[in-house]
Design a protein around this ligand. Sequence first.
Ligand code: BTN
Length: 332
Amino acid sequence: MNSYDTKELLLDVLNKVYPDSETLSTLGNLISVDQTALLKLIRELIKRGMPLVYSEQEVRLLVPVMSKTAIQQNLAAKSIGENILLFQSVPSTNDYLKKHLLQFTNGTLILAHTQSLGKGRLGREWSSPAGKTISMSLLLKPNQSDLNYSILTQLAAAALVKALDIYTYAEIKWPNDVLIDKKKVAGILTEAEFSGNRLEGIIIGVGINTNIDPSDIAPELKEKATSLKTVTGPVDPNLIISRFLNYFEDFYEEWLMNHKNHHFLDICRSQSALIGENYWIEENKGSAQTRRKAKIETINDSGSLVVTYLDTLETTTLISTHYSIRSDTGYI
Ligand code: BTN
């Protein structure tokens, strides 16, 4: 077994006993390494930021971490998440899938304990502290090419708030943010790859602040961002991932069969953080940005936001790729 697999096995064993510790001698026996090699592995994991503590006798996780076997235990979905790859670190799980698109089948899920170049919408950076966040990218290879694939961001957002509801109530800030108590806890980045006109694959990237502490959040983001741990105490990332995949498959199959009246859009509307309120609509045109205040009316059946501008009383629909929604004070 290589060092990567041994580390994952070690984390699996510690996940199973969490929140308790395991003795170094039992752990060494379970993963078939001697004490010197075991301590080396533990130190390497800690150096990379994994949430572990150890003494001369014992080691334990400070919070549960991602584990393939734990995800598979609660996975009811059949094709979504059928193939799961978990990395210690990649630059970006979305970019990893893009680079290896041809080699993976529909439903492949890429996970990473951390990302060195995680990216958000509109070219923003996305931070993913090791072992305390979920970074995942799901590959979809639908047979049709002429799909309104941007609606899949709404589908993923609905699957995510349903997945989180075992812990807490979350809201969706169209188009791609998930909020708790008006602060961002997760973001979605949907990308599509084409070869000429042919759709090669759609990548649904999801980043979730599961078990980070307030001290892990950059000072300039403290007013805007939070984590599940901050709100509810430590959460199990594996349960969140398997629940997300289960809901995603249900909604996705329904959408592929029938492109109207989606149940997931009802969830986006009923758990919207925006509908019924007035917000600034920022339009991003390259480096230029304009903003106008509007009442947020609803989300239509294509997943677009319907708004009425307060200056002209014109009602219009917004396509997610061009707009950001802001309150008077900043984020929301
Ligand atoms: C946003 O809020 O702007 C979207 C954030 C999306 C972050 C996720 S983390 C997994 C995947 N890999 C990336 O580089 N980005 C997405």
